[in-house]
Write a protein that binds this ligand. Structure first.
Ligand SMILES: [Zn+2]
Length: 378
């Protein structure tokens, strides 16, 4: 029963760092390595839409980070071209729909922070031309654009360059990702954003008091702007005790966000980082400098293969099928169909430049697709 529902629903994962493992290998092996190592996992997990962030290690200086950013974007295209029978890099909602109709996994290229951009806002259209459609502007620390959540004590808003990046992303049709952004930066973005935002991998702060999670006020504000919060599965973000590293606890976060933000504003951003860390970290080094046990996972959910367990748990908790479909991917698809790759002048309901939406104002229904009408047949 749950397996049938999971297979039939559109499942969107808005954060998997698999590009880190693929791009670490020789370019001539990118396509084959993806096919052997990741594709079977994504297929078994029923993943239909996969957002692929390019994450650049903090030790890179801007020029090196730009080179590495370009390399990871190229990697995404190469692995897709080499597996064109199975996956496709998609630039907007209609390309995603087309890929799904062909039984392919839709890939969306993203940036997790933009150290390669530095403050060169004029290069953002270049990254857009290369296929980037989702992006955040900070990781744990400070960037020329904003402070990450690890610097929350600064209480800092976006820099002028950060504001310019947000405006340029809205103009181009790139979805702004508030995950990792500091609390005051999130408030700033939600104050001035004219298009919906996404949190690609963030959970509920009231259930786990960590600066990477979102407060109820932030959850409501993202929803009021029409955005979606995609729950991070990383065990240490779900509970401060190993006893809490359970699928029940994950469902608690999903259902809490559904309660607070509304069931139309919650999605899944698993952040399956264990395999990436095992693959890339030399044995002599620590896995993490963040003070978190990033290797801990929920039983059965250490990778994409476990995704159907989420559907099973939500059914067990009494969530109705229509809402499960929204959580699995329907909400992310609504956002992507309306926002992804749609320049501001072509997006419905986007206020004129400089005219921010009033806080908490009702959000016009966007996009052509009614809930529940969007499932693909595979
Ligand atoms: Zn992250």
């Amino acid at each position: 029963m749950y397996a049938d529902l999971h297979r039939d629903a559109i499942v969107a994962d808005t954060h998997n760092d698999l590009l880190m493992t693929v791009s670490a290998r020789p370019p001539e092996t990118w396509a084959s390595f993806f096919r052997e190592q990741w594709l079977p996992q994504l297929r078994e997990g029923g993943v239909d839409v996969q957002v692929l962030p390019a994450f650049i290690d903090v030790h890179f200086r801007p020029e090196g980070a730009l080179r590495q950013t370009l390399r990871m974007i190229e990697c995404a295209h190469v692995l897709a071209e080499g597996n064109g029978d199975e996956v496709r890099v998609c630039l907007d909602g209609s390309e995603i729909d087309q890929a799904l109709a062909e039984g392919k996994i839709a890939l969306v290229i993203a940036l997790e922070s933009m150290p390669g951009l530095d403050a060169s806002v004029e290069l953002l259209p270049t990254l857009h031309r290369l296929g980037v459609r989702v992006a955040s502007i900070a990781h744990w620390g400070r960037t020329p654009l904003a402070d990450g959540s690890g610097e929350d004590d600064t209480e800092s808003r976006l820099t002028s360059h950060g504001v310019a990046v947000l405006r340029e992303m809205e103009r181009l049709g790139m979805v702004f990702d508030v995950s990792h952004l500091g609390a005051s930066g999130v408030a700033h973005v939600l104050e001035i954003a004219t298009r919906p935002v996404i949190a690609t991998h963030s959970s509920a702060r009231v259930l786990r008091d960590h600066h990477r999670n979102l407060t109820d006020e932030q959850l409501r504000a993202v929803a009021a702007g029409g955005g979606v919060v995609c729950v991070n599965f990383l065990a240490a973000f779900l509970s401060d005790r190993p006893e809490g590293y359970t699928i029940e606890r994950l469902a608690d976060h999903i259902l809490h966000i559904a309660d607070v933000a509304g069931v139309d504003h919650v999605g899944l951003g698993p952040d399956f980082i264990r395999e990436v860390l095992l693959d890339l970290t030399p044995p002599c080094e620590s896995y993490s400098t963040t003070g978190l046990d990033t290797m801990a996972t929920i039983p059965g959910l250490d990778g994409p293969r476990g995704m159907p367990l989420v559907t099973r748990e939500l059914l067990r908790r009494g969530v109705v099928e229509q809402d499960i479909r929204k959580i699995l991917g329907g909400n992310v698809m609504r956002l992507f169909r309306a926002e992804l790759g749609r320049p501001a002048e072509h997006a419905p309901g986007v206020p004129a430049a400089g005219e921010a939406r009033a806080p908490g104002a009702a959000v016009p229904q966007r996009g052509p697709v009614a809930a529940g009408a969007s499932e693909h047949s595979r």
